[in-house]
Ligand binder design. Sequence first.
Ligand SMILES: [Fe+2]
Length: 279
Amino acid sequence: MREFPSTLHNTPIISNDNPDLSDMDQIACMPLDVTRPFKFDDGVIEEFLTYEDRIIEGEIQQTILWKRSEIVLHTRGKTPDDFTNTTKLTQNFYDRYKIFPLEEFNINPILSERLQEQVQHLMDYIQEELAIFPAHLTLLLSTGPVPPHTDVPHDQVSKFHNKGLEPSQIKIILNLEDYDDSLFFMKYGTWGKSLIPEIKYFEKEKHMPAETNCFAWSENFHRHGAVFEDNKTYRAIISIQGPLDKEKHKLIIENSFKKYKSNVVAFEMGNNETFVWNR
Ligand SMILES: [Fe+2]
């Protein structure tokens, strides 16, 4: 059975919004125009999973409130402790938009040589194809339903780091061949005890062009979440957090919009009175 996240206040309905797409802030998810999809070599994701006992745990797992495996691939730090200590990693996440000297960033040293090479391939791909510095680069594997959320910590919401650059959260979705339409996006402003959440599922047929597996998600507005089906749903996502090369990102989202306008997940925001940048 498909399991919905337990934190949902009310059962969601499928949104029938058909926005005019005059405003990029309406977009919850857009495929990105790249020259090729990213892929790890065969067996690499399985090998990453063998590090499960040495990944983020404890404090972070409790604060994020949902079951998942998350392996830090690249961040600011040097020692094995820097890549597993939850306090340090949380701080790194909070500091993801700050600029630090490049030499302070490293690939996770606890990974095998083969996996470190694979992370380097990923970093090269990000540099060639995307417009973000991977200040906090992780591989996430779903192990349960995901409550709707945005990736911005509560106390950073009002900062609007990527104002005017939405959609601005960069994700690479792996193993799309096994994906079963379980990820969803939630319309901004429909989250709350007295509201009926409006969602749209991220569907293989509609939203995933074959030539790309890179996507930009809403950072400040529409939440994302997922239902989970045990032994079936297997979702692996690379989450890239860090400062955007703003000019290059603008160009990428403009080109991507032209190419993939009919593949976006988007919601009507026009008459939503809570939708204002300068709260
Ligand atoms: Fe997320």
